[in-house]
Design a protein around this ligand. Structure first.
Ligand code: BTN
Length: 254
């Protein structure tokens, strides 16, 4: 149920309007159900809890009360869902750092602190008629205790509450996050994507590390080397051959 509406009139596009729900299945699904060509670009669907939160690669995203779950509707001219999902990792990490967790950005867009995941992004591109929309869904483990997560998640996750001795309200976190996302999106609209991908590359802690990447085609082991213009991770294998990796399982080895 919708329980509130907020406005950020100083923002350019992202987060000028925010619809607040108590519980939804998934904010990405709610956003997709509402998509119409005349829907305000930058509209944010924010929920206190998700009954069926979704992660990348068909995984579930545990979404207990206390965490932050929000999806933003964008309408870029190009089908850039994947690249926008990468770029929006930067505002998430910036917000976490602002509120006291010195998180890093693991490819593609996981915010990680001391090898534990604290936030994730699911960016989906969808056509409605001829209009292409991107729904950027962000989940941040803000005010949650680790024991609220399923046991397999507990071992590899952390939360803002666990790492920082200061209460940060979700509306405060969201407010800061949306300001940063708005900046990144306006740069996306006004600059060449290569420049933003260079920024992303500089912030992505996976670059330079030894990784093993598994896809349906097999496993490549080598050094994470660059970000291609399509947003793929370029991996240089031990025979100096370059491979592009997008979705699959990525392990950082050192
Ligand atoms: C991942 O790292 O696997 C991505 C997690 C994305 C979770 C967010 S929470 C808000 C939005 N709604 C969803 O169902 N998923 C995303």
């Amino acid at each position: 149920m919708k329980i509130g509406e907020f406005h950020g009139p100083n923002r350019k596009l992202v987060g000028r309007t925010i619809w607040h729900f108590d519980v939804v299945e998934s904010t990405n699904e709610t956003a997709k159900e509402m998509l119409e060509a005349d829907l305000e670009e930058g509209l944010v669907i924010w929920a206190d809890r998700q009954a069926a939160g979704r992660g990348r690669q068909g995984r579930a995203w545990a979404s207990p009360k206390g965490g932050l779950y929000a999806s933003t509707i964008l309408r870029p001219k190009e089908p850039h869902a994947w690249v926008l999902g990468l770029l929006m990792g930067m505002p998430v990490v910036k917000a976490l750092r602002h509120f006291g967790v010195f998180a890093g950005l693991k490819y593609p867009n996981d915010a990680v602190y001391q090898n534990r995941k604290i936030a994730g992004i699911l960016s989906e591109g969808v056509y409605r008629g001829d209009t292409y929309h991107v729904v950027v869904g962000i989940g941040v483990n803000t005010n949650v205790d680790l024991d609220k997560f399923p046991p397999d998640v507990q071992a590899s996750a952390t939360t803002l509450k666990r790492e920082v001795n200061l209460f940060v309200a979700n509306d405060e976190f969201l407010d800061y996050l949306l300001n940063q996302m708005d900046d990144v999106y306006s740069r996306y609209l006004n600059t060449r994507i290569e420049f933003l991908l260079k920024d992303y590359r500089g912030q992505c802690t996976t670059i330079g590390k030894r990784v093993s990447a598994t896809t349906s085609k097999g496993t490549i082991t080598g050094r994470a080397y660059d970000i291609a213009t399509n947003g793929a991770l370029v991996i240089m294998d031990d025979a100096n051959a370059k491979h592009e990796f997008v979705e699959g399982m990525l392990k950082v080895l050192v």
